[in-house]
Design a protein around this ligand. Structure first.
Ligand SMILES: [Zn+2]
Length: 313
């Protein structure tokens, strides 16, 4: 689901003074997630680009330090996997620096032959691979590592900012699937149009009063979760209609959705049970985290001084 574009870090073999940025990124990365840097990225006399980091492990009888040799390979621009030939003399390098383990820090993936070579190495040393997916996951999920995105990947950072939930509410509210509990506002789910908002309507009421009476409103994943809920509604003689969550997080679509609901209420076309109405309100508030712009600190303070937003809506 590549969210971070590693090509934002210049290629290592271009001699424009920026060649060490990927190694610098690696250094900052390990420092941020709690490793101590013993030796900085430095080409040195041997021409190697390895970084030496240490990890403190807390054990029952005491702490121990694990020294890792970090090998950085930035091949994102060519898009090729890191090959066995790219990593020569791994054991010698580990021994030369008196390390206990090897970390491959790669902006692409590991080729099958290198993988086999590393598997064999595991008999004698600890081996860890940080490939593009693992690095991306840590950058996105680890609060402190998150700051590195802005610094090293400014374009990806603005993309993420554009699409990520705002700080509208004091705490992020997920939009949960009623069946499996998945957060339907997650980027990959939104990108693939996997979530829907479902309106459950009492058809018998319509036949009598010519009004739409909504008995429930909920969110689910398309497919299996939707079918499970649909079966429940049908058993009660209800019908359902739905909107894509991915459409509703587009600001103008969100506004249209809210205005249409208001208009239909004003015209007395629609009636909601208390439960359905409460659910609708919380779905609108939750969606607003995506559709409403990122607020400035001053705006947050001002609205805090007026009152908490969800109250009184
Ligand atoms: Zn689900």
């Amino acid at each position: 689901m590549a969210i971070i574009d590693f090509k934002e870090i210049p290629q290592a073999n271009i001699a424009n003074g920026e060649q060490d940025i990927f190694e610098l990124f690696a250094r900052e990365f390990f420092h941020t997630i709690g490793f101590s840097i013993i030796q900085d990225p430095d080409r040195g006399q041997d021409g190697g680009r390895d970084i030496i980091v240490s990890e403190k492990r807390t054990g029952i009888i005491g702490d121990s330090d694990i020294k890792w040799l970090v090998s950085c390979k930035h091949k994102a621009h060519g898009g090729t996997a890191v090959n066995a030939g790219d990593e020569e003399d791994i054991s010698d390098r580990i021994q030369a620096h008196n390390c206990n383990g090897f970390i491959g820090f790669y902006s692409t993936i590991v080729s099958a032959p290198l993988n086999r070579k590393l598997e064999a190495l595991k008999e004698r040393y600890e081996v860890q691979i940080f490939d593009r997916e693992k690095i991306e996951r840590i950058l996105l999920e680890n609060g402190s590592a998150n700051k590195l995105i802005r610094r090293f990947f400014p374009k990806s950072f603005s993309e993420i900012e554009l699409k990520s939930p705002t700080n509208l509410l004091s705490e992020y509210l997920p939009l949960r699937c009623k069946v499996c509990g998945k957060d339907l506002l997650q980027r990959d789910i939104l990108d693939h149009y996997q979530g829907i908002v479902v309106f459950v309507q009492d058809l018998q009421y319509y036949e009598v009063g010519w009004k739409h009476k909504y008995t429930d409103i909920y969110c689910v994943c398309k497919g299996e979760c939707d079918r499970k809920m649909e079966a429940v509604a049908r058993a009660h003689g209800y019908v359902t209609s739905w909107n894509d969550v991915s459409d509703l997080v587009i600001p103008i679509e969100f506004l249209k959705f809210v205005i249409a609901i208001m208009n239909r209420m004003r015209n007395s076309d629609d009636i909601y049970t208390d439960e359905a109405y409460e659910n609708l309100k919380s779905i609108i508030i939750t969606l607003a985290q995506i559709t409403m712009k990122r607020q400035s600190e001053r705006e947050i303070q001002r609205s805090n001084s007026l009152s908490e937003l969800p109250e009184g809506l």
